[in-house]
Ligand binder design. Structure first.
Ligand SMILES: [Zn+2]
Length: 385
């Protein structure tokens, strides 16, 4: 139903998977004129220094994305990838998810069979991709309001974004426009509000030249049909990987999920205290009732603020496993208790434990941890040496 800032942590930032900062796009002013079209093979359209393109350019059975390019050359970065466009990855086995109503969260995404950690639940092309920042970057809302006049800016933005929405197929347009906008009446037009509510950052696609330094201002945001329906929990069980060659976002289970359970992603930083998380989530107009919020204590707040540094420190502890193995295993237990096994740092911790067991010659434990580590499907990011 409502989406926004995915979880972040210091290690994720180091790994290029940092949390989503607030989204403040604003465009070149002036009325945009888009052509009403749901035909395939649409030509690119330039409006207000933005370029509107469709990916892939011809109607595709795996779906098409409308892509608003901040810098036109960014298109070539993707279109020139070997084998582009690849088909969207398909999950193994029968369909495993359904979008359903929830008693208290609007729509949500549920799994319809047991899912194993690391399993691909679904992959999809975004309905819409937009650059986070354009020429003027990192302005706060208040500055936009002061400098440009808030309503005027957001109205102009919506006219520009409407070019992309009108290029969508009728089904995609309907899916996009049915997404929640929590910014209604508070400084964002409808289309911009939907993007700000539902957008996921794409960290592996930087707007502009190849040699541009990766910064938050240059990332893209994607709004997807199913992923954007996933609700929030401070105990997430799904993460997203964006693959440029297939131009699709894969939803990967970050823990085992039982049939009937709901998928959750974190819209806020999971290392924050319950009170801070509550304030970060206030803009989405709900109060999180996950186990970690309901049962929050000063001790759990303290643990969440510290687990990231401790998990990272475990990378140093591996040199002295006899001294550190017990506290490393305790850290793992505590992360499981807090529902943090869906985080990148949990996988990092598994790697440390694996190396410790290996150095201690404890082959059985080593095998067990290695299997869990491999199942998390993050091997490419954490090679064990
Ligand atoms: Zn919570």
């Amino acid at each position: 139903m409502k989406r926004g800032s995915p979880k972040g942590s210091k290690a994720q930032k180091k790994a290029g998977r940092s949390s989503q900062a607030a989204f403040y796009p604003f465009g070149r002013s002036g009325g945009a004129r888009g052509e009403e079209s749901s035909n395939s093979n649409k030509i690119d359209v330039a409006v207000q220094e933005l370029t509107f393109t469709t990916v892939p350019p011809e109607r595709d059975p795996d779906g098409n994305s409308e892509w608003v390019l901040g810098e036109p050359e960014t298109k070539q970065k993707v279109f020139s990838l070997p084998g582009f466009p690849q088909p969207v990855p398909k999950p193994l086995g029968p369909p495993s998810f359904a979008v359903r109503s929830t008693p208290d969260m609007g729509l949500g995404v549920f799994v319809t069979r047991d899912i194993k950690v690391g399993e691909l639940i679904f992959a999809e092309r975004p309905l819409l991709m937009v650059p986070r920042g354009l020429r003027v970057k990192d302005l706060e809302d208040s500055m936009i309001m002061t400098r440009y006049g808030g309503e005027q800016i957001t109205e102009k933005w919506d006219k520009t974004l409407d070019v992309a929405v009108r290029r969508m197929s009728l089904d995609d347009r309907e899916a996009f426009l049915s997404l929640t906008n929590v910014y209604e009446g508070i400084g964002a037009g409808r289309l911009l509000g939907i993007i700000r509510t539902n957008g996921y950052p794409i960290r592996n696609l930087i707007d502009g030249p190849e040699d541009r330094e990766p910064r938050d201002s240059y990332v893209y945001f994607s709004v997807t049909k199913t992923g954007s329906r996933i609700n929030h929990s401070c105990r997430p069980n799904v993460d997203f990987d964006f693959d440029l060659t297939s131009f699709s976002s894969s939803a990967i289970a970050t823990k085992d999920i039982k049939a009937g359970e709901q998928l959750f992603h974190s819209y806020c930083s999971v290392e924050n205290s319950a009170a801070t998380r509550r304030s970060q989530l206030a803009r989405y107009e709900f109060v999180c009732k996950c186990l970690s919020c309901v049962n929050a204590t000063p001790a759990s707040d303290k643990f969440r603020s510290e687990y990231g540094d401790l998990a990272l420190a475990s990378g140093q502890w591996v040199v002295d496993p006899r001294t550190y193995i017990q506290q490393t295993l305790k850290l793992r237990e505590d992360m499981l208790d807090e529902g943090l096994e869906g985080t990148f740092l949990y996988v990092y911790l598994l790697r440390s434990i694996y190396v410790m067991f290996r150095n201690l010659g404890m082959a059985d434990f080593e095998k067990e941890i290695m299997e869990e580590f491999l199942a998390h499907n993050r091997v490419e990011k954490l090679e064990v040496v």
